[in-house]
Ligand binder design. Structure first.
Ligand code: FAD
Length: 325
């Protein structure tokens, strides 16, 4: 009864990166507890080979359940049914909005203990202990579960993806009864999200823009610089400018956006609010351009440039182009 059920989010024929990390983490922890990690996918026409591929990340078995793609409550139904019949001690989720929603919903359904934004989990005395940074990441709290099932929801990118499992896992289709709540929401339309192609999590170099850019068109300065860097570089943003509609949400960094750790993070016109800092503070090198010498971002930058970004960014772009020939 030391098995762990891991939710694997999938779309467009691929498993979400955070879910792959969660499956890898679940497999490692289950081994330490003397149990198994099982993954569960919920969706329409789930490809068998996609489900089986989770064996490569350590899942001993993969459960699949038919349900509408993109809604949280049917996943809660399916996971509650699996836990009810499968004897799981923990349910594990990678970071991401659907994981937060399903994890919280599952906790409410089962009356289970839940902790989210978890960055580390360890096995101790046959139980799991989860660590969660609190108070703006200045302190760590440790969490143990007293409920029959403990629900662990990771922070984005907290769990490392480890490929090294036994190969294809056995896949078992499960059925579940849809709860009345599940019928209360339905997807009406589905379309492409503006900026869906923005991949800031995989980039080595990020040029991030904030309100100091002045207007949406100001992002061209960032795009030009990222293009001059070339290779694995992308443009990111603060919540202030995403809320203003200057840049798509897919590029937002911070507490309510993505967590990134590129080799170079160049912040232009960003004040360095704590909610932004928590999403980028692990970057290898942080360079900030701000006209205010007292901007908080300089307190955690490796290199600070005090000045007007409208003058500095074009010069930087030209200098990089010239260097590259
Ligand atoms: P500002 O704070 O307005 O800073 C603009 C900076 O640009 C200033 O420092 C200014 O000196 C500089 N500047 C202006 N003109 C120039 C120029 N010409 N050249 C150089 N510098 C210039 N924020 C996030 O980023 N991500 C989140 O996920 C997030 N989540 C949040 C969650 C909650 C619950 C709350 C309450 C807030 C959250 N925020 C988040 C918002 C956050 O608190 C800040 O408001 C936001 O990060 C500020 O964005 P900014 O740095 O672009 O703008």
């Amino acid at each position: 009864m030391s098995n762990i059920l891991v939710y694997a989010l999938h779309y467009d024929g691929a498993i979400n990166k955070n879910s792959l990390g969660a499956v890898s983490e679940g497999a490692k922890l289950a081994k330490e507890l003397g149990g198994e990690a099982h993954a569960i996918l919920v969706g329409e026409n789930i490809p068998q080979d996609l489900a089986a591929s989770l064996g490569e990340y350590g899942a001993a078995k993969v459960l699949t359940a038919e349900g509408p793609d993109g809604l949280g409550q049917p996943v809660v139904d399916a996971m509650a049914a699996a836990i009810g019949s499968g004897g799981y001690k923990y349910a594990l989720f990678g970071g991401g909005l659907l994981g937060f929603e399903v994890g919280a919903g599952l906790a409410a359904r089962l009356g289970a203990g839940v902790a989210m934004e978890i960055t580390t989990v360890r096995a101790e005395g046959g139980e799991l202990v989860a660590e969660r940074p609190i108070l703006g990441d200045s302190s760590i709290s440790e969490i143990k579960y007293r409920s029959e099932v403990g629900i662990i929801i990771g922070r984005l990118n907290a769990f490392e993806i480890v490929k090294g499992g036994a190969g294809a896992a056995p896949v078992e289709a499960i059925s579940y009864e849809a709860s009345p709540q599940s019928a209360q929401a339905t997807i009406v339309t589905r379309g492409e999200q503006r900026g869906a192609d923005v991949d800031i999590e995989g980039a080595n170099i990020l040029v991030a823009g904030g309100r100091g850019l002045g207007k949406a068109e100001g992002f061209e300065l960032c795009t030009d610089l990222a293009a001059a860097f070339g290779g694995s570089s992308a443009v990111a943003a603060t919540r202030a400018v995403v809320d203003a509609g200057w840049y798509p949400y897919a590029g937002q960094i911070g507490q309510t956006g993505k967590t990134v750790a590129p080799k170079l993070y160049l912040a232009a016109g960003i004040s360095g609010a704590i909610q932004h800092k928590v999403g980028m503070q692990s970057s290898e090198n942080i360079v900030a351009i701000n006209k205010d010498a007292n901007a908080p971002i300089f307190e955690f930058s490796d290199l600070g440039i005090v000045g007007d970004l409208n003058k500095i960014l074009p010069k930087l772009t030209e200098a990089i182009k010239a260097k590259k020939g």
